[in-house]
Design a protein around this ligand. Sequence first.
Ligand code: C2O
Ligand code: CU
Ligand code: CU
Length: 473
Amino acid sequence: MRNGFASVALLCALPTGGSTRRSLITSAGRRAQARSPFTPFRRDLPRIPELLPVRRTSTADVYDVQIQQGLAEVLPGFETPIYGYEGVYPGPTIRARTGRESIVRQHNTLTFESNVHLHGGFVPAGHDGHPMDVIPAGGSFEYHYPNLQDAATLWYHDHAHGRTSRTLYHGLMAMYVLEDDLERELELPTGEYDVPLVIADHSFNRDGSFRYLENVDLGFRGDTLLVNGAVSPRMRVDRRKYRFRLLNGSNSRSYTLRLGRGRKMLQIAGDGGLLTRPVVRRRVPFHPAERLDLVIDFRDYAPGTELVLHNEDGEAGTVAIMRFDVGRGGGSEDFRVPRRMRPREPLPEPVADRRWELGFGFGAWQINGKDFDHARMDARPSHGTTERWTFANRSNRVHPMHIHGFLFRVLWRSSGPVHPGERLGWKDTIGVLPNERVTVQAWFAPYAGKYVFHCHALEHADKAMMLQLEVMT
Ligand code: C2O
Ligand code: CU
Ligand code: CU
């Protein structure tokens, strides 16, 4: 069972509690009503709850999380069965500080194995959530996250091999916001003006449950967009600057983001944290698992303005992402985003070049003609060095390539210049477009050990577009 499909069957036994049965007996009237929940901008943007530590020591914050089934009210009047951290979708956000350790005790109450990967984190290999390193049903694991890296918008999610397309789709994902002093000095918007947004496409069955249709080639495509678990919501905003932390939480869908008809958004950070300077963006490609921190200044708009964040690549229900309704408050703010946000660290010269061919063969997605095999080691970089890795896409699908445990810089795209929004900061995931070649410079520090790299289109990763690397000391 190389791909672990044996356990997928368990997922068909999704929670069907008595409470969901109510919506199964949908009357004609209720059916008519059922169409309305898909109308965009009906619901206010849900704020994602934050997880509170159960204990604080002088050096660490300790959290307890139940990986469990739950019911989410995604469509008003319906209950959608989910898997969730603490039973909610998206899971509760962890806010951590650089230099203070987070200890997250994960309790797997599901009937199948699970594990937790901190995506974008510098984490020792034993705590990374390697796909073969799982928490059995009923078991627990205490993940230690040192948080010895710059402020960044990270996220955590399930990574048990072979079924992440189903477990993430059903809710096992959450934000992990890391803050540091350097960022604090910039006085960027905080508190209620610092807003995580988890964007994902879904489809629904008549009873309100998430519908999942497997498509290994294209990856899953839903017909409805959810932000923080609500269908294309609206958000009332003050006339001031906001920081939005966007996560593409879709299984396989890429977006092109556009505000109104191309209004200004200021990108301040990417996967690995702040850029060296802010970058104006009017159209932003956004691939699965990428993060994007945008500052939007609503002082540019009159009270009463309704501004829609669009997906230019969408169709019907996947065009409108959300709407900002500009109110009256907040007009006296005079804060500006500083021109210089973070110094660019010098990097050692690359000591190796590696090339990874991305393609389809023998019924599976492959890298260099191989599918995932945890008994084989595919690359052994030396600790503390940098290497040039080229991903060469030999297919007409997008492959968002991701390396665990390490960050990289984007050096080159065969399709044209690398946008400053990608060039001026660290990344951990990069969209490799159809037939494109992309070269990155990866830095194999601070930890050594065994990790994976893979396509983050989850249907591709599950079957079985993932290899292993071991950083050697
Ligand atoms: Cu989001 Cu293997 O990671
Ligand atoms: Cu990762
Ligand atoms: Cu892929």
